[in-house]
Design a protein around this ligand. Structure first.
Ligand code: NAI
Ligand code: OAA
Length: 286
């Protein structure tokens, strides 16, 4: 367990040294810290500033994630890769394309970390209901950006949240990240809650890898659910197992309102995924 956590810490550490002392993290330093890793969290890149969308980070973060994916393909091809760097809807497909180009793509071991969306959803619902967020279990599917974030409140047992109240809640969940970016006013985005979400996901993966059954987390993975609509990656509840993805759950029963949210999600998600795939085709890792 410590080793996996250490790998993530080491990447940040190397990069911090890089900024402070001009230490070059690639390729040998990076290779050294990645070799033998079982879980690698990738939160590298720039966070957004007020007024930016996550997609506005694409130009900077796409090549950073591509190069780290290449390093992982070479140094730890069997590791579970947990992608936090935004835009997650595009950086996960970028990783997949790089791993494919190196012949080591295992769709069961590549995850976009969307845990924060359910953490936020639980918090916002608990504020409305006066409940403990730890006891709220809100399903959020789709992607990790704006309208691609689709909370399924009808499945949460709170059918009394409806109308304008529901619209406000959904919008707050979809744009909760923007709220933080605005509040931090140029100092970055939700770094600490991202760390908590990443740690929760990594912990779940570790528990599953050690044989615990019934470990379910929401995550953005290579998914069969909407491939027929040209959407190759999708976040839904996933049962984790010793080999990574064990079972991808479908979205369940939706209200007509949620169907509408899902349609909007799929349209954007398709474009975000295609953008990532095209980037690697046009800018392959060296
Ligand atoms: N998936 C999620 O739920 C969330 C994702 N994020 C995303 O995580 C990313 C990082 O956000 P923060 O940690 O707040 O930013 P930060 O600026 O605090 O940390 C970014 C790290 O990336 C490293 N880095 C920069 N360029 C690099 C390169 N070329 N190669 C390797 N490492 C490099 C930096 O050294 C630094 O350690 C952003 O893209 C942000 O949007 C943030 C919050 C939640
Ligand atoms: O909003 C951002 O830029 C960071 C992020 O992904 C989140 O907080 O969910």
């Amino acid at each position: 367990m410590l080793r996996s956590a250490g790998v993530a810490a080491d990447i940040s550490h190397i990069n911090t040294k890089s900024e402070v002392k001009g230490y070059d993290p690639t390729p040998s330093g990076l290779r050294e810290c990645l070799t033998g890793a079982e879980i690698v969290l990738i939160p590298a890149g720039v966070p957004r500033k007020p007024g930016m969308t996550r997609d506005d980070l694409f130009n900077t973060n796409a090549s950073i994630v591509r190069d780290l994916a290449k390093a992982c393909a070479e140094a730890c091809p069997e590791a579970n890769l947990l992608i936090i760097s935004n835009p997650v809807n595009s950086t996960v497909p970028i990783c997949a394309e790089v791993l494919k180009s190196r012949g080591v793509y295992n769709p069961k071991r590549l995850f976009g970390v969307t845990t924060l969306d359910v953490v936020r959803a639980s918090r916002f619902v608990s504020e409305i209901k006066g409940s403990d967020p730890a006891n709220e279990n809100i399903t959020v599917v789709g992607g990790h950006s704006g309208v691609t974030i689709v909370p399924l409140i009808s499945q949460s047992g709170h059918s009394d949240i409806s109308g304008e109240k529901l619209d406000t809640l959904v919008n707050r969940i979809q744009f909760g990240g923007d709220e933080v970016v605005k509040a931090k006013d140029g100092a970055g985005s939700a770094t600490l809650s991202m760390a908590m979400a990443g740690a929760r996901f990594a912990e779940s993966l570790l528990r599953a890898s050690q044989g615990e059954t019934g470990v379910v987390e929401p995550t953005f993975v290579d998914s069969p659910l909407y491939k027929s609509k040209g959407v190759d990656f999708f976040a839904s509840k996933v049962t984790l197992g010793p080999d990574g993805v064990q079972e991808i759950h479908d979205v369940g029963k939706l209200t007509s309102h949620e169907e509408g949210l899902l349609d909007a999600c799929l349209a954007d998600l398709k474009k975000n995924i295609e953008k990532g795939v095209k980037f690697v085709a046009e800018n392959p890792p060296k």
